[in-house]
Design a protein around this ligand. Structure first.
Ligand code: MD6
Ligand code: FE
Length: 210
């Protein structure tokens, strides 16, 4: 679907599971503003390779913004990068995350961070649960920008059945309540060239971690 046909269409509201809502196209009306905000975050806090729990570099590149309190909770006091504070969350992103949460039935959502993942051709994310946030009653809001991906959404055990969901530029996924601990991941990204993001897919996740 091209940009124009997407804009001419209302965003969807698809209940994937109880607590998991996909709103396709919801970010399209402000996509350029959101991407400009992402670029500002990256210039203040450059992308770095994510590392596995055992410290190996992964191909997904990451950065963050958010409150000082959230930063304090996330960074290891012994880390050499400890001195670098996160930039604040841009207002335009915070406001949008709050609107997404309300639309999806989580009006109490109070994110203190936005984590950014950048994928290129071949980058994948193995099945995982998001279990490091402080308050698991709070949902996660996820915005996709740039190249599409196949997102995997499973059950509560790594080996269960998984749904495959195409996530495209402008799609929003909200994830909470009884779905909060579902396993999920991203299949290896296919190469492509997106008019806004070039060879990359960006995923923004808003969370309350502190
Ligand atoms: C991604 N997302 O889409 C990776 N986690 O690039 C996640 O791991 C994720 O999209 C929790 C909730 C929504 C997500
Ligand atoms: Fe996740």
């Amino acid at each position: 679907m091209n940009l124009f046909s997407h804009l001419a269409t209302e965003p969807t509201h698809e209940d994937l599971f109880a607590g998991a809502v996909l709103m396709r196209g919801l970010a399209l009306a402000q996509d350029a503003e959101f991407f400009a905000a992402v670029e500002r975050i990256i210039s203040a806090a450059p992308l770095r390779h994510a590392t596995t729990p055992s410290g190996l570099p992964m191909s997904v590149m990451v950065t963050d913004c958010g409150t000082e309190r959230a930063f304090e909770r996330r960074w290891d006091p012994a880390s050499p990068q400890r001195a670098r504070l996160w930039p604040p969350m841009p207002r335009v992103l915070l406001d949008f995350a709050l609107r997404c949460a309300v639309r999806a039935g989580f009006p109490e959502f109070k994110p203190d961070t936005c984590h950014i993942n950048r994928y290129q051709a071949g980058t994948r994310l193995g099945l995982h649960q998001d279990r490091h946030e402080i308050d698991l009653s709070q949902p996660i809001i996820s915005i996709s920008l740039g190249l599409e991906c196949t997102f995997l959404l499973g059950g509560f055990e790594r080996t269960g059945e998984v749904k495959r969901i195409l996530l495209e530029h402008g799609d929003v996924l909200v994830w909470g309540g009884p779905s909060r601990m579902r396993f999920h991941g991203v299949k290896p990204l296919k190469p492509g060239d997106h008019p806004m993001t070039g060879p990359y897919r960006y995923n923004l996740t808003f969370r309350k971690i502190a």
